[in-house]
Design a protein around this ligand. Sequence first.
Ligand code: SER
Length: 320
Amino acid sequence: MKKILVIGSVGQIGSELTMKLRDIYGNDNVVAGIRKTMPSEELANSGPLETVDATNIEQLAQVVKKYNIDTIYNLAALLSAVAEARPQAAWNVGVNGLYNVLEVARENKCSVFFPSSIGAFGSSTPLDNTPQDTIQRPGTMYGVTKVTGELLSDYYYKRFGVDTRGVRFPGIISNLTLPGGGTTDYAVEIYYEAVKNKKFTCPLAKGTFLDMMYMPDALKAAIDIMEADPSKLKHRNCFNVTAMSFDPEIIYKEIKKHIPDFVMEYNVDPVKQSIADSWPNKMDDTAAREEWGWNPKFNLEEMTIDMLNVIGEKFKKGLL
Ligand code: SER
């Protein structure tokens, strides 16, 4: 049985991934690494919890040794728009933090999951059907940390045999924990605003296509890549994975099918727009499909039904 540490377990992905990993591998085998944000009661009471700041290598090594950890999911990061506002902090968490994780993994023979992103591409990348192996010259600090992370992770695999694996996540849409400061956050916020106020102001322009994925598929990607047969992996850090691609008009019309009086207007955020314009419209994820059987379940229609159900229920109970 694996012994897993999730760094960043109260974040958008971490909060759901930690619980899913506990379901699969057993509560006691999955340590939730937290920093400043208080964990939910469910997270705190269902298994071990430790303070883990990836930028503190001694603290990290201590937790890995205490629990005999063999697999680290390193989800600590600042999302793209926040990283533009705080580039030094983004580098520190995204690169120095990952370096510490890889060093501790090397010394303690752990596998490492690294979440890269559509942000690892830039405006010189082919943005339609973006290939697995292509130009990666991002113009954002977020992208710089992701490309550096991909290279470092591949280096640790080739040089030291550390079992590093990762995916390039698109925008992740979920209904438990909100993302914070990402360029793709609008595709989460639009559902909450549709349910709560029937009105949404979109920060990205009409025609801005981006890859997206519903959380259950994102969790599946993170778990399946770590379970994949290593002999089948030609790539490691990191695989393109996508489930759908849409622009604001398409998601707006999809939600409007269920909430006919929902209204959307635009107020373009120039920072987010320029980031989004440099990211793929749609990635080609053939390598992930061929090498470890990636196959997402949710498309826009199915995701929208589920999102509106879950958020609608929370709204009715006064939880939003
Ligand atoms: N969701 C991320 C962001 O928008 C992209 O990986 O920053």
